[in-house]
Design a protein around this ligand. Structure first.
Ligand code: GUN
Length: 285
């Protein structure tokens, strides 16, 4: 039976450290890390994510602002808000919750956030920096996965790592972080032929496809470490990951649960990036 990697516990430890570093920053410089979260429309999953991000800020002693905009917000209005947040010295991190309503252009919106305040690390300049291994911010979900692997001392060097999913938010940066730690990395996706042959090669398998119980035991090498980034609803409407937990638990050596695995880590990494941004602002004076 697999060992379960407890994302809540690892996340709580990271947040304790962030809270201490925040107290120190405030005491020494008077600067309190500030995060602005922008949400447009009423997507119910997005609302839950935003609520959790706000709660995370409170836990570690950050200043936070939530900007909940109506569904019919224009691109101009959203860009004007981002301009104000870019200039606001109380704000060190700006996050626009995705997906945006269809009439808004995600790329233009992301590119409007100052790279130094882009705590999601979605801006092209931050993505480029990650590619060359010279960055201030790591993308939150992939960084959270790396922390989980480190928390149970999983060596990555030389290991066969398979990432299923090629999104800009998770799949592509995930592959890059595993590569930085000398993993042998394959990115599989919806057009991959013989997917289960590919996933079965993995010593470390990361799934980010967004399909409930998609990864079954027959797709997993016995003893593999399986990280589930999915956040889906099953046929009964219950929260579940991409991995069929009950069957995969019997073959994997380590497995992350949903909820309580990668999810809390994503928010902890967002808080870490916001703290880094505030520390950088303090250095600049
Ligand atoms: N939507 C789903 N995941 C994320 C994320 O990590 N950041 C933002 N901004 N939106 C998301």
């Amino acid at each position: 039976m697999a060992n379960i990697i407890d994302g809540k516990k690892v996340s709580a430890q990271i947040r304790e450290q962030i809270a201490l570093d925040t107290q120190k920053l405030v005491a020494e410089t008077g600067i309190c890390p500030g995060l602005a979260v922008v949400i447009v429309g009423d997507d119910s999953a997005s609302k839950v994510y935003v609520k959790n991000k706000k709660k995370g800020c409170e836990q570690v002693g950050f200043y936070s602002e939530e900007h909940a905009l109506p569904e019919d917000t224009t691109q101009q209005e959203l860009l004007a808000l981002l301009d104000r947040l870019n200039e606001n010295p109380k704000i060190h991190g700006i996050l626009v919750q995705l997906p945006l309503p269809a009439h808004l252009d995600e790329k233009t919106v992301i590119e409007r956030i100052l790279p130094t305040k882009d705590v999601d690390a979605f801006h092209a300049s931050n993505v480029g920096k990650i590619m060359i291994g010279d960055y201030d911010f790591l993308p939150c979900t992939p960084a959270g996965v790396m922390e989980l692997l480190h928390s149970v001392n999983i060596p990555i060097e030389g290991k066969e790592c398979v990432v299923v999913g090629r999104s800009n938010i998770v799949g592509k940066p995930m592959a890059m972080l595993l590569l930085h730690e000398n993993g042998t990395v394959t990115i599989a996706h919806s057009r991959t032929k013989n997917l289960s042959e590919v996933t079965k090669r993995a010593d470390i398998l990361v799934s980010a496809v967004g399909r409930a119980k998609f990864i079954t035991a027959d797709m997993v090498k016995p003893g593999a470490v399986v990280i589930d980034v999915g956040m889906n609803r099953d046929e009964e409407g219950k929260l579940c990951g991409d991995v069929d937990f009950v069957s995969v638990e019997k073959v994997a050596s380590y497995l992350t649960p949903v909820p309580g695995g990668v999810g809390p880590m994503t928010i902890s990494m967002l808080l870490k990036n916001t703290l880094t941004s505030a520390q950088n602002a303090a250095k600049k004076g």
